[in-house]
Structures are given as C-alpha cells and as structure tokens.
Write a protein that binds this ligand. Structure first.
Ligand SMILES: Cc1cc2nc3c(=O)[nH]c(=O)nc-3n(C[C@H](O)[C@H](O)[C@H](O)COP(=O)(O)OP(=O)(O)OC[C@H]3O[C@@H](n4cnc5c(N)ncnc54)[C@H](O)[C@@H]3O)c2cc1C
Length: 380
C-alpha cells in the first residue's frame, strides 16, 4: 500500500492550487452575492486542462483518472466552494456519455466539453421524485424514429448554461420492475419545447447555476438514447458511483479551507490577554477538524483509487461521500464558531463556507441515502 501521490498527481494538485489561489479570491464574494455563473473562468480552467482532466485524450481530455479529478476538486473548493462547484460540475453528465455513450455521442459532446466550449448537465430530480429516482414520471414516448419528451425537472445544475443534458425519462412504464422503466436520453438545449428557468436565492454555492427544466413535446431522434432502453436507473446508479467520489473531494476541500481560516484567526485574535489558539478548547477543535479531514480524505482517495482500477465500490463511495459531507458541515460550523461574531458576517469567508457546505449532504444522494446504501450492503 502506497499513500504517496505520484509526481504527476503532486504537479496536478499544485497547479490546481495555484490556479484557484490566483483566480478565485478576487471574484468569489461577488459571484456569491450576485448569484453569477463564472463562464469565463470555466474557459480559462479548460484551457489549462482542468475541465477535461479525467476524459480520454481522443476527446480533448488529459486521460487522467478519478483520483486526479479529486485532487483538483479539493484544491478548488478549498479556495472557494461556489466557484469550485461551477468548475467541477461543468462536466456533470459527461461521465454518463463516457461510460455508456456511442462513439458518435462521445465525439459530439465530450470534445466541446473538455475544451470548455460547452457545458453539460444531468436531469434526474423532479418535483415529486428526488431520493426515489424510480418514481420519475417525465416521459419519453416513441414516435417513429424519435422520442417525444414531456415533463419537468427541478434543481438542475447548469440548467441555464449547459448545451447538453442527460435526461432520465420513463420509457417502459409497463415493465413490472420499477427499476427497469427508465432510459437516459441526450437532449440538446436548443431543441424546440425545451425551457430552462434559473432558480435564485440558494443557501450556498451561489456561483453554481441551478434551474428548473421544462420539456413540452421535445422531439429527439432515437440515436440520442444513451446506453440501453430500460436500463436508465441502473446506469445512473453506476454514474453516481463515480460522481459521488468527487462530491466527497469537494467536502474535503471545503473543510480544509475552513480549517485553515480558523487556524489563522485563532493565532491572530487575542482575548483575555492571549491568542485564541492558546486555549485548550480551541486546540481540541482544531485537532478534531484535522483528524476528521484526514479520515475523510483517506476514504475518498481509496474510493477514487478503486474506481480508477475499474472496480468502483458503491459501499465505499457511499461511506466516503457521507463521512466527507459530515466533515465539511461540521468543520465549517466550528470554523465559524472560532471566528465568533466575525464568522457570522458576510465579509468573512467562513460565513460563505458554512452556507456552501450543506449542499454536500443533499445533492447526488442525501446523507440518509448514502447510509441506506452502506447498510444494505452489510445486511443483504
Ligand atoms: C443546489 C442543488 C443542485 C442540484 N443539482 C442537481 C442536478 O444537477 N441534477 C439533479 O437531478 N438533481 C439535482 N439536485 C437535486 C438533489 O439531488 C435532490 O434535492 C436530492 O436528491 C434530494 O431529493 P429531494 O430534494 O426531492 O428530497 P427528498 O427525496 O424529498 O428527501 C427529503 C428528506 O427525506 C429523506 N429521505 C428520503 N427518502 C428516505 C428514505 N427512504 N429513508 C430515509 N430518509 C429518506 C432525505 O434524505 C431527505 O433528508 C440538486 C439540488 C440542489 C439543492
């Protein structure tokens, strides 16, 4: 067992840190306050190879693995979770095309995405179907050589900025198994009948775009089916097996960034004639933060390592996302606590980190769903 990163991995981590530290701090607060998507930053990150990092070279990527993407996610979220979210999610959905797409679909979507010319989204959640993915009712009816899609998706990341979406639709409602009724269909944003409406006033990650998508008789050719008809539920579970690892890495980044800010404040703030860092209760908080971060990091890296070996472990991934998410939320909260009243004010980054952290326990499977996955694998 080797816990050391390779030279390439160290270089990628360092480059991601330098990029984030150079580009994010000046614009982070403004993008949060104005709920503005950083489109130019996505292009810059793509030019430097961060967006296409884990996609094959034949489609404009760098051919690295999920672990390398974790390193970048961690470094980006460490500096600013909102901007980090926008950049890391720019390819959200592209892994579905990589895993199940035809050569034609890969050429069409992956190349512009890795180059930063296009953005992708994944549309699963509906107003009445969140954790219960099999309850999705957006339907795709066959009409000759086309599908006609009708329905509404909500809370969709990149909803108003993406060119392509993986949309999970009901295609086989008669199948006796509720897990075999859905299919994944690629929908281009310029199809007639497609409409995206931006959702404002999120608690956190406000630089990330979130929207409601409406499909009214959207016609797409049957060639836009990704993978197999009736296998959409299982394809998405495999997809989440990968993407949840990156969400875990985002949580580690947010926790690391919050802890570093807490340490800096504890060393500089004086009360009762001594720095906060001289109080043992503050020292214990820092020690607990660092320990939780390290434990979460080890789990996330192992999950990524296994996925890179072609053996993604859904139990390990669920453990990693749940634990890292809890770490992100707890550490951000303690960082606010160490800042006292200053931590509650918008001028201090930890206030934003605290708001941003919560999303990790909600999207791409809530913490309860992650625990269900872990428990099922043990009790089966
Ligand atoms: C900012 C943001 C971005 C998002 N991006 C996307 C996106 O790009 N694409 C997309 O499709 N979706 C996206 N989502 C949606 C997100 O994945 C869902 O909100 C999430 O899966 C939970 O679904 P829900 O909101 O319907 O909650 P519900 O499923 O209604 O759950 C509510 C609560 O009940 C709990 N619960 C539900 N079922 C069980 C159970 N069986 N046992 C125990 N507890 C249970 C949940 O854990 C949760 O705490 C995003 C959401 C947000 C807020």
């Amino acid at each position: 067992m080797d816990f050391n990163l390779t030279k390439d991995q160290e270089d990628i981590k360092k480059a991601a840190r330098e990029f984030a530290e150079g580009e994010f701090p000046e614009i982070a607060q403004e993008h949060d306050q104005q709920e503005r998507y950083p489109r130019d930053l996505v292009t810059k990150a793509a030019d430097l190879g961060f967006i296409g990092l884990n996609f094959p070279e034949e489609y404009g990527g760098s051919g690295y693995g999920y672990l390398e993407k974790c390193l970048v996610a961690e470094e980006f979220w460490r500096v600013d979770p909102g901007l980090g979210s926008a950049l890391i999610s720019a390819t959200f959905g592209a892994d579905m095309v990589k895993l199940y797409g035809t050569e034609e679909q890969k050429g069409k979507c992956l190349t512009p995405i890795t180059k930063g010319e296009a953005i992708m989204g994944s549309a699963i959640t509906e107003p009445d179907a969140g954790s219960d993915v099999a309850a999705i009712v957006t339907e795709a009816k066959k009409d000759g050589n086309d599908y006609i899609i009708n329905g509404t998706k909500t809370f969709i990341t990149n909803g108003t900025v993406a060119s392509y979406f993986n949309v999970i639709c009901l295609t086989n409602p008669e199948n006796p198994s509720r897990h075999k009724r859905h299919s994944v269909i690629l929908v281009e944003c310029d199809r007639e009948g497609f409409e995206a409406t931006k959702l404002y006033h999120k608690l956190g990650i406000r630089a990330s775009d979130t929207a409601e998508l409406c499909f009214k008789d959207v016609r797409v050719p049957k060639e836009n089916l990704i993978g197999e008809e009736g296998k959409g539920f299982y394809q998405f579970m495999e997809f989440f097996n990968i993407t949840r690892i990156h969400v875990g890495a985002e949580a580690i980044g947010i926790a690391q960034g919050a802890m570093e800010k807490a340490i800096a404040h504890a060393k500089s703030r004086t009360q009762f004639g001594q720095t906060l860092s001289s109080f043992q209760s503050i020292q214990f908080k820092i020690a607990e933060m660092a320990t939780r971060i390290q434990a979460s990091r080890n789990l996330v890296y192992e999950a990524a390592f296994r996925a890179d070996q072609g053996k993604p472990d859904h139990t390990l991934t669920a453990m990693a996302k749940w634990l890292a998410g809890e770490t992100g939320v707890r550490v951000a909260e303690e960082a606010v606590q160490i800042h006292g009243g200053y931590g509650y004010m918008g001028d201090y980054d930890v206030e934003r980190f605290y708001r941003d952290a919560k999303i990790i326990e909600i999207y791409e499977g809530t913490k309860e769903i992650e625990k269900i996955i872990v428990a099922r694998s043990l009790l089966r």
